[in-house]
Design a protein around this ligand. Structure first.
Ligand SMILES: *Cc1c(COP(=O)(O)O)cnc(C)c1O
Length: 394
């Protein structure tokens, strides 16, 4: 494990979390078992007392899960990580571990919908208050801090506007105010953005997206930097129960091996597509961290190793144009989620955010012509042909 830390990212993706196993398999076996036999009463006692290393029950720990967790910890440069049943379970584990009644959270306004809802409607019932601000504006973060602020929660680039936050600046604010900086690194993955390098305390991921990368698993992870935090979070996760299972861990670990390759291809494709869209007469504007026109271009250059695979763009014809585009694409799949090998396209105003109503949508920055594209790893000419043909129909 120590040797793997010195490797380059592509090699880390292939080798991280792989140990030695009985019979010599090159990948960790799937320990599809709920529980583990004790050799004797004393052995069971020693395991529970933490005096001996070993496995007890899969909600507590399992070798297949642990192997995948080790891999993600290596990729993020953390101490250890905690595999969770979903990205939301990971985010909940962090909040439940760090917050108590009377505490306050400052959160990015441009954040994954259910994260907003978890804070605003679930945790608020337990007297935990949240303030949502545009965290790409550092002044707004400073203004939102209160005496009882315990967490600054940043998603960068944010969902769906791709607003990008200066993590180094926000980390300073957090630490000057005795708060923890928690970063959702789902959109970039550790291959393109390493939040710990900028002072982040805790990283979360929806592994459903780029980390697994094959649109066949729902899973999440929390990555921490020290043992004390790890043990505290592990206890909380064990009590909440939102753990990942061995088979999904196996699949995610398999996906991680190609993460560096995939992120490179996602980024290369997205750069070409973003430029194509920016020059298209049916497109009003394009938001993509790799474009010079990107509002937070400087921060993106500082924080990202490549611009990633997520593009937002605004169609000139609003709601109707969006529907036509959705109904005309063939290669790009009409689906929520992101980060898989296949290109996925989504039109919030006619789909995910339809019931919200136009006014509420616009307050949230979701305009009628807004389209979100998760660029896959197909041949870029095929994706452009598909978009080009569909845009012609508008
Ligand atoms: C999908 C997503 C989540 C939630 O993850 P699930 O695995 O769906 O629970 C959280 N944050 C971001 C940025 C996401 O895209």
């Amino acid at each position: 494990m120590s040797k793997v830390n010195n490797l380059n990212i592509e090699s880390k993706c292939v080798h991280a979390g792989i140990g030695e196993y009985e019979n010599g398999p090159v990948v960790p076996p799937i320990y599809q078992t709920s529980t583990f036999k004790f050799e004797s009463a004393d052995h069971g006692g020693a395991l529970f007392a933490g005096k001996q290393k070993g496995y007890i029950y899969t909600r507590m720990q399992n070798p297949t899960i642990e192997a995948m967790e080790d891999a993600v910890a290596v990729l993020e440069g953390g101490y250890k990580s905690l595999g969770c049943a979903s990205g939301m379970a990971a985010i909940h584990t962090v909040f439940a571990s760090l917050l108590k009644a009377g505490d306050h959270v400052v959160c990015s306004k441009s954040v994954y919908g259910p994260t907003n809802t978890l804070l605003a409607t679930v945790l608020s019932k337990f007297n935990i208050e949240s303030t949502f601000v545009n965290t790409s504006d550092i002044k707004k973060v400073e203004e939102a801090i209160n005496d009882n602020t315990k967490i600054i929660y940043i998603e960068t680039p944010g969902n769906p506007t791709l607003e990008t936050t200066d993590l180094e600046a926000v980390a300073k604010i957090a630490h000057n105010n005795n708060a923890k900086l928690v970063v959702d690194n789902t959109f970039m993955s550790p291959v393109l953005q390493r939040p710990f390098d900028f002072g982040t305390d805790i990283i979360v991921h929806s592994m459903t997206k780029f980390l697994n990368g094959h649109a066949d698993v729902v899973a999440g992870i929390v990555v921490v930097k020290d043992e004390e935090t790890y043990l505290h979070f592990r206890k909380t996760l064990n009590q909440i129960g939102g753990v990942i299972d061995p088979f999904n861990s196996f699949l995610v670990h398999r996906g991680l091996k190609t993460l560096a390759l995939r992120m490179k291809k996602h980024s290369e494709n997205a750069i070409v597509i973003a430029e194509f869209l920016e020059n298209h007469p049916k497109v009003e504007w394009v938001r993509f961290p790799g474009l010079k026109s990107f509002p937070n271009y400087e921060i993106a250059q500082k924080q990202h190793k490549a611009p990633g695979g997520m593009i937002s763009f605004e169609l000139k014809g609003g709601l109707e144009a969006g529907k036509i585009l959705m109904n005309s694409v063939e290669l790009c799949q009409l689906a929520v989620s992101l980060g898989g090998v296949e290109s996925l396209i989504q039109h919030p105003a006619s789909m995910t955010h339809l019931t919200m109503g136009k006014e509420a949508r616009e307050t949230a920055g979701i305009t009628d012509g807004l389209v979100r594209l998760s660029v896959g790893i197909e041949n870029v000419d095929d994706i452009i042909d598909d978009l080009s043909r569909a845009l012609e129909k508008i």
